[in-house]
Design a protein around this ligand. Structure first.
Ligand SMILES: [Zn+2]
Length: 489
């Protein structure tokens, strides 16, 4: 409750602070962002406050899921042009504003998951791990996307994960457990604001939650005027301002392994922008590089670098968009770090990204292929670009056989023994590239270090310094509740 009670006051304080930093004197009414139709508690009514006259009309909020600071540093090595003497900057570096603290408000765990982390920067409230925009009492918390919709803006969610995954879900659904993905998809369709669907552009994976088994949601969206698309070409040809694009049954494949018919993150972002920008009142768009985390969990450095590349491209594209759309703020941050990635391991002061550049497929892809019964030797020779020791190949074959045996005996696909054996197989496949690149890992889970925040555009200074992850939401609520574009209407 501490967080909820603090909310309104913090918002006003930050508004005043922002105003004094900007030297503005204009008076306007900033309503408490706690207000709304979500039955949220703790707001103390409206406040008179000094308004921020430099609010962005549009916000592109980008989440590198699992993109801890070591990911950004490793990617700098990876993306560096070896022909220049100095280590080149990434697209992110120039826009670094500060760091975010990520700890959740969980009774047992003090390292966050994507649900609690996402809820924090989507709603401004700390909550427990697994919560999708509900507080510790399971009460719904209003998200910045919902605020944008209330203001008449257009809204979008773009991700490489299932669109019902935690990070997109926290913007448009309220459930007590992130695994209730059918219900999250249902809420995407059923919950309305001012008679309208909350999210105009929904792009990513997870078609299994929108088909027959879950009430034919994709057809219902189509009946309501949404285009439904499943590949890059159809997405590019989509004419409606509202679109549901689901490009795989579950998470989208990692960029390095993806079929050409799939849109990349930047393609989805561009398509979203072209639709959302038609609204004179502006838009809120969340863009998630979700698979950075998906590759970090199984310690797949090739996958991580592949997805960092995809996220950087989308970030640069958003920055370029602000060149011609000065009323747009771009923020990029992470919800947490994953895997305990370290840049060098063992006794040498060396990290070798060149080895990763030589890889033709990610460890995750090769694992999936071998787990599906393909010949380990062929999969490795097609996927690996560096030498794969023959004794290690024996270990891969052994692990593949073990997994096959366990699968044949298991009563359900969710048997934890299958996950365990799959991890063993993936570790065996990835050992040579982790060794050759000198990449270290400490866990298959998340780690609790502060994450970097990048921002560019009006309001960017509100992200300066070491902040709490809830401040991201508070800033955006401030922008939207004191929005120049809606005040004109
Ligand atoms: Zn994760």
């Amino acid at each position: 409750m501490r967080f909820i009670n603090k909310f309104g006051k913090t918002t006003v304080a930050s508004t005043i602070l922002a105003a004094s930093v900007l030297g503005t004197t204009q008076l306007s009414l900033a309503s408490s962002p706690g207000e709304g139709n979500q039955g949220q508690q703790g707001q103390d009514g409206d406040y008179m406050a000094i308004g921020n006259t430099e609010n962005p009309k549009n916000v592109i909020f980008m989440v590198g899921d699992g993109m801890g600071p070591s990911y950004n540093s490793a990617y700098r090595y990876y993306a560096d042009d070896p022909n220049t003497k100095e280590l080149d900057q990434t697209a992110f570096d120039k826009y670094l504003k500060g760091t975010n603290r990520t700890n959740p408000n969980d009774p047992k765990e003090n390292v966050t998951d994507s649900a609690a982390g996402g809820t924090a920067f989507a709603t401004g409230h700390k909550t427990y791990n697994g919560a999708i925009s509900v507080d510790n009492n399971k009460k719904p918390l209003k998200s910045v996307l919902e605020q944008a919709k209330e203001n008449g803006k257009s809204t979008g969610l773009v991700t490489t994960a299932e669109v019902t995954d935690a990070t997109p879900a926290v913007y448009a659904a309220h459930v007590d457990d992130r695994d209730k993905k059918d219900e999250i998809a249902q809420q995407f369709y059923n919950d309305k604001i001012n008679g309208q669907h909350k999210v105009d552009v929904i792009l990513g994976g997870g078609s299994k939650y929108f088909g027959k088994e879950n009430g034919n949601l994709k057809e219902k969206f189509q009946q309501d005027g949404y285009d439904y698309v499943t590949n890059k070409t159809d997405l590019a040809n989509s004419q409606s301002n509202q679109v549901l694009g689901l490009f795989s049954e579950k998470n989208m494949p990692l960029q390095l392994d993806a079929p050409k018919k799939n849109p990349l993150l930047v393609d989805m972002e561009n398509s979203a922008l072209s639709k959302l920008e038609k609204n004179d009142k502006g838009f809120f768009l969340m863009v998630e590089g979700a698979s950075i985390d998906k590759a970090g969990h199984p310690n797949d450095i090739t996958g991580v670098m592949s997805e960092m590349g995809g996220f950087e491209k989308a970030f640069q594209n958003a920055i370029d968009y602000t060149d011609t759309h000065k009323d747009t703020l771009v923020v990029a941050t992470a919800d947490h770090s994953t895997g305990g990635l370290s840049i060098a391991k063992g006794k040498d002061y060396v990290w070798n990204p060149e080895a990763i550049h030589k890889m033709k497929h990610t460890g995750s892809y090769m694992t999936e292929q071998i787990a599906d019964g393909k010949d380990p030797e062929k999969v490795i020779s097609k996927g690996y670009g560096i030498k794969f020791p023959s004794e290690q190949l024996d270990k891969v074959k052994e692990a593949a056989k073990e997994l096959k045996d366990i699968k044949s005996k298991a009563k359900s696909e969710d048997d934890p023994k299958i996950a365990e054996a799959t991890t063993k197989l993936q570790d065996a496949i990835q050992k040579p590239i982790n060794d050759e690149s000198h990449t270290g890992w400490t866990t298959y889970g998340h780690t609790g270090e502060d994450v970097n925040t990048y921002a560019h555009g009006p309001g960017e200074d509100k992200f300066l310094g070491n902040k709490d992850n809830t401040d991201s939401a508070k800033n955006i609520f401030d922008f939207f509740t004191n929005d120049v574009s809606i005040n004109q209407n």
